[in-house]
Design a protein around this ligand. Structure first.
Ligand SMILES: Cc1ncc(COP(=O)(O)O)c(C=O)c1O
Length: 416
């Protein structure tokens, strides 16, 4: 795939009727790189607005000037503000948030802190993410935990009734759900799953890696006990950042696997005490510059408003699916009835990577998803790989038109 910068795309005819309260010209100006290429890989990593980049660089310069520990002291109020911003985003208290290096780090820190015993049952959906699934396979192999896959409903979303039935049928230790999968534009009915889990008294671990920043993710509305997320995707923060929310009532039932001088206090030669709140899941060594950038990215999203973002992203997703669906030889592959800014499709006669490379040559950056990222999902739907185009509120109608034009150009039906 070529990474050479293609010619400028410009900002012609922005947002035909779907600005949705967001000043699209302004947000595009805030991220100049977006005017030099068509970036439809926000589900991979979304380019950060300049204010985020400046925040990171300023702190790196401060560290170079005064030293890393001294810079951390000076930035302590802003670091605390980052925790508060994430708490506002999730509708929880700041001390229920721990910072991590990404979503997988967040997920595994909490998952491995459950007091697992042989024959404990974990329910998962077909959207389970590769890293989570691998941890579950390891827990099966090493401990004898039993992982049960809950089938999808007729629409292709996780079947909430099937979860409720299984929760009634016998003990379940944990329900693990991916809100928005890596491999499709589906939005799983997380709040409905949260409600049945609460009714059964079983914790829900929600992987919100692909939903934070593009959808409202209030932990009370979602009814989850753990929520894991990354900074670099729809939140548009720096790479290497993430966070986890842990419900205070669950916190005390968990025994953090990874303890250090931040997550615990070494009180005497034989004993340690866990730090209060979610700090017990957080490592001492963190990239402070990136974390401050994450805080700025979260504030940026909060300033735009998660409802406004979700409306615009959904409208762009609908438009892209409609345009692609109208091209002969192209099949849109997103299951479910509730969908987001991730749009997956296949082109007859072409592997997903061929389509990606063709689009890259035309200045459009998309990504692909294949079976090794989604063994419970794509093969189950008879698919080996899909092209993944992911829009964000910065995306314009012109960009979608250009993308579909390029896709049509390699469709065998167009060239027949
Ligand atoms: C649904 C989902 N969960 C988890 C992750 C892992 O995130 P990270 O790379 O920050 O660990 C991803 C990454 O693509 C994802 O799509």
């Amino acid at each position: 795939m070529s990474h050479d910068a293609p010619p400028p795309v410009g900002d012609r005819h922005i947002g035909v009727g779907i600005g949705g309260g967001i000043d699209v010209e302004r947000v595009r100006r805030d991220t100049p790189g977006l005017t030099r290429r068509i970036h439809l890989n926000h589900a991979g990593a979304s380019p950060s607005p300049d204010v985020v980049v400046d925040t990171v660089v300023d702190h790196l310069r401060l560290e170079a000037e005064v030293g890393g520990y001294e810079a951390a002291d000076l930035a302590a109020p802003q670091l605390q503000a980052t925790r508060s911003s994430v708490a506002t985003l999730l509708g929880c208290a700041p001390n229920a948030i721990a910072f991590t290096a990404g979503a997988t780090d967040a997920w595994q820190r909490v998952f491995w802190s459950f007091p697992w015993r042989r024959d404990d049952v974990v329910l998962v959906g077909r959207s389970e993410y590769v890293a989570n699934a691998l941890a579950l396979l390891r827990a099966e192999r090493a401990i004898g935990v039993r992982v049960e896959v809950i089938e999808d409903d007729a629409s292709g979303a996780v079947d909430v009734d099937a979860i409720a039935r299984r929760l009634r049928a016998g003990p379940v230790a944990l329900v693990s759900l991916v809100h928005v999968p890596t491999s499709s534009g589906l939005v799983n009915p997380a709040a409905a799953v949260g409600a049945v889990c609460r009714a059964a008294g079983v914790p829900l671990l929600l992987d919100a890696c692909q939903s934070v920043g593009q959808l409202p993710t209030d932990v009370e509305e979602l009814g989850c006990d753990v929520l894991t997320a990354t900074g670099r995707k729809f939140l548009r923060g720096p790479r290497g950042t993430g966070f986890v929310y842990v419900r205070p009532t669950l916190m005390t039932r968990l025994d953090p696997l990874l303890v250090d001088g931040n997550s615990a206090t070494w009180v005497d030669a034989e004993r340690y005490e866990l730090s209060p709140g979610a700090l017990r899941f957080e490592a001492f060594e963190r990239n402070h510059a990136a974390l401050l950038g994450l805080g700025r990215a979260v504030d940026y999203a909060l300033e735009l408003g998660l409802d406004a973002i979700a409306d615009r992203v959904a409208a762009l997703g609908v438009r892209l699916r409609a345009l692609l669906g109208a091209v002969n030889g192209v099949t849109v592959r997103d299951p479910g009835t509730d969908r987001c800014g991730i749009v997956t499709f296949t082109v007859d006669g072409h592997a997903a990577t061929e389509v990606r490379d063709h689009l890259a040559a035309g200045g459009v950056q998309v990504w692909t998803s294949n079976a090794v990222h989604a063994q419970l999902d794509l093969p189950h739907r008879g698919l080996h790989d899909v092209v993944r185009a992911s829009v964000h509120y910065v995306t314009t109608d012109d960009e979608l038109d250009r993308t579909v034009e390029l896709v049509a150009a390699i469709s065998p039906a167009t060239n027949a």
